[in-house]
Ligand binder design. Structure first.
Ligand code: C2E
Ligand code: MG
Ligand code: MG
Length: 707
């Protein structure tokens, strides 16, 4: 007996059948997974195995067998396949050899089988030693699984998602086209790699590798965002889903992987993030991102027991600069400042722009040692302050700018650790740096909270203040070369029932911020006008100076209100000097100029208070109809010893002389100062503690008018 060489499985089977006793043959054939029928050369069945009997029933009768085995030529056709004829042809073919064909098996009566099962028929001629036909073995091979697998592979290949299936050992045996394309690895290469090899070679996970494996083994699947590096040029973002298929005994059969390219989504998302979390002008982080990062920093320092710090940076005088030179220049300055900050901070921290000219820096993972963390933070803050204090070249201009920096160092245990609150603390420190003159670093201390509380109390008190009960005008004499008081500056005093005496340098900025200064300023003018009228009606000839807040001055109706008060009090405006600060003249210059011209035309004198401390441009002096300059007390304090201050005072006096302006020196405390000033100019008026502190009107009269 000779067997064709085509199928080792069948060849082995034929050899087994050949060697076996006839009673064992049935058993051997029955244990075969696929259908088998052994025919005589006359096509009567010699042996029908269990698989076939399962379909056609228990029969060995030739006719029944052929009629029960319902085979069709096509899946969706009623043309029956004539098995008997086909076998006959096989037998009749000139060279006896293996014949194959595909047919479809349909439901055969009582026994339920698949309605349509693809079957491969193989007819093996078994020959005697003399080459005559001994029997013919029909092998009916169910192709359902193969076809399914092929369909699946086709489906996989049609998918844009990368997919692979591994064998039980984890080797990537079935990658689809897309997977090969994404990874740049051919199926032959992938076949030699386990999916773990591939993960290690090309995949950057966002979670530890162990987490992925744990989830795969415990839950049967894992899915997450990854970055794939197929080559140095081919990098992309994807969602990778891994799952594991196990048999009923929990043996691993396959791992399945699906790779979905999300580069587009990723790009869109980073664009959205860019919009949501970054400042458009400077490209720095914005407030939202800073807040997120602060929250994250709080968690981190809680774990590491280290410190973090927040620096709040505000440019000095930015508003004036922005208002006078325009937003384009302002924006350019902000960009340059942002670049400087980024350069100084580098990767040490996060630089953010909060709004306007306000920047913040978050420093994470500072030392566990409080002192060391503080020193490092302050060192950086000072470096920033020195760096920002510079000239900036913008549109052919060279502008000077500096910054005030508030520093807040925070430790994990503090209960106030909330981003808003932490920003608030740094902000308080920054304001303190401003109050102290700007261009400096100030560290947040708990007492600043108390200061903020006090400010709030003051604001509430100002809202409810009874002007006539709580406020009083004091007057400070201005003395001429003959020692005679020729003028008095009105200085406001506030005696609050519970807050006590509050000095003007404390409450005026608060009242300006809360705009109560408008009401208060009007009250001051009213009282001062009455006082001026009273003194001058009695032929005393005392000029009265009144401080005008910029907020009050910039009110649209300011001039009308002044005119109204003149009519009401009947004061002669030529007995009144209005003290403005340089800042007033910088904002809305043309409007300010109009207002001043109007007031001067009514007879008022206009004085520039604290001269020399404000905006250094003197060009406004040319255009304004001024009467007086008041040299700021900071320049008086150290004369005559300090040559710089001497030079400043001398140049102010010279300027006043050329412009025909009178000069008041304020804050004169010593005879030396007075003597020096007198030497410089005989016409100058002196105001200061040397002659008198500010006093109530009655005291002033006693001291300077009646005597
Ligand atoms: P200012 O207009 O420059 O007033 C001069 C300040 O110097 C006054 O402080 C005065 O008491 C103080 N002073 C005078 N002579 C000496 C001296 O010899 N040595 C020292 N160390 N200081 C001297 P004061 O009264 O505390 O007022 C502070 C500031 O508050 C004023 O500065 C002014 O800007 C503002 N202010 C006061 N009253 C009013 C007001 O009615 N309206 C407005 N808008 N501001 C006012
Ligand atoms: Mg003044
Ligand atoms: Mg002054």
């Amino acid at each position: 007996m000779d067997a064709p060489k085509h199928s080792t499985e069948i060849t082995k089977l034929i050899a087994k059948l050949h060697q076996a006793h006839s009673f064992q043959r049935q058993q051997i054939a029955d244990s075969f997974q696929q259908g088998l029928i052994l025919f005589t050369p006359q096509l009567s069945p010699r042996l029908v195995n269990a698989k076939v009997r399962y379909v056609i029933g228990e029969t060995t009768d030739t006719d029944t067998l052929f009629s029960q085995l319902k085979l069709y030529t096509q899946k969706r056709s009623n043309t029956e396949f004539d098995l008997k004829e086909w076998l006959q042809e096989c037998i009749n073919s000139p060279k006896l050899k293996l014949q194959e064909t595909m047919v479809w098996l349909k439901d055969c009566g009582e026994v339920a089988v698949h309605a349509t099962t693809p079957i491969q028929l193989q007819a093996f001629p078994i020959l005697n030693a003399d080459q005559s036909l001994e029997s013919i073995l029909l092998h009916l091979k169910d192709l359902t699984l193969e076809i399914q697998a092929e369909a699946q592979q086709r489906l996989m290949n049609a998918s844009y998602a990368g997919q692979f299936i591994t064998n039980a050992q984890g080797l990537i045996t079935q990658p689809n086209y897309a997977f090969s394309a994404y990874t740049g690895l051919k199926p032959e290469i992938l076949e030699t790699m386990t999916y773990v090899d591939w993960l290690k070679k090309q995949v950057t996970l966002k979670v530890p590798f162990g987490t992925v494996m744990e989830s795969l083994l415990e839950e049967g699947s894992w899915s997450g965002e990854v970055q794939i590096t197929a080559s140095t040029e081919a990098q992309f973002y994807a969602v990778l889903s891994l799952s594991m298929l196990m048999d009923e005994n929990r043996n691993i059969e396959h791992f399945i992987g699906v790779l979905q390219d999300i580069t587009d989504i990723h790009e869109a998302r980073s664009k959205i993030e860019q919009l949501a979390y970054f400042d458009k002008l400077t490209g720095l982080a914005n407030r939202s991102l800073l807040q997120n990062q602060i929250e994250a920093a709080i968690e981190e320092i809680t774990v590491s027991q280290s410190h973090a710090a927040l620096l709040l940076i505000d440019l000095d005088g930015f508003k004036i600069l922005n208002d006078t030179l325009g937003h384009m220049i302002g924006d350019q300055l902000l960009i340059l400042v942002a670049q400087k900050l980024q350069a100084v901070v580098g990767s040490e921290g996060l630089v953010a722009r909060l709004d306007g000219d306000e920047f913040a820096i978050l420093l994470k993972e500072l030392s566990q040692d409080h002192y060391e963390a503080l020193q490092n933070t302050l060192a950086l803050a000072h470096r920033i302050q020195e760096d920002l204090d510079d000239r900036y070249e913008i549109s052919n201009r060279s502008l000077h700018c500096s910054a005030s920096i508030g520093v807040h160092l925070f430790a994990p245990t503090l209960e106030d650790n909330q981003s808003d609150q932490l920003i608030g603390f740094a902000n308080l420190a920054m304001h303190e740096a401003k109050n102290l003159g700007g261009n400096q670093v100030h560290l947040f201390e708990n007492n600043l909270c108390a200061v903020a509380k006090q400010r709030l109390e003051m604001l509430q008190a100002l809202n409810h203040s009874e002007l006539d009960d709580e406020f009083q005008l004091y007057f400070q004499a201005q003395i001429d070369q003959n020692g005679k008081a020729v003028a008095a500056e009105t200085l406001l005093r506030w005696f609050h029932p519970s807050l006590g005496f509050v000095p003007p340098c404390d409450f005026i900025p608060v009242a300006e911020e809360g705009r109560q200064i408008i009401k208060i300023g009007l009250w001051v003018m009213h009282k001062a006008f009455l006082q001026a009228k009273a003194w001058n009606d009695n032929q005393h000839n005392i000029r009265v100076s009144i401080n005008i807040s910029p907020i009050q001055f910039h009110e649209q109706s300011f001039v009308e209100l002044v005119i109204g008060l003149v009519k009401f009090t009947q004061v002669n405006p030529s007995h009144i000097t209005l003290e403005l600060t340089e800042g007033v003249l910088i904002r809305n210059t043309s409007l300010a100029l109009q207002k001043i011209q109007h007031l001067v035309s009514l007879g008022f004198h206009v004085s520039i208070d604290d001269f020399g401390t404000g905006y250094s441009s003197l060009s406004y002096l040319q255009r304004l109809p001024l009467h007086e300059l008041k040299i700021d007390q900071s320049f008086i304090r150290h004369i005559p010893e300090n040559p710089d201050d001497v030079a400043i005072v001398q140049s102010i006096l010279k300027l006043a002389q050329t412009k025909n302006l009178s000069v008041v020196a304020e804050g004169v405390e010593t005879q030396d100062q007075a003597d020096f000033l007198r030497e410089q100019s005989s016409e100058l008026l002196i105001q200061g503690y040397l002659f008198s502190k500010p006093v109530p009107a009655g005291v002033f009269e006693e001291r300077f008018i009646q005597s």
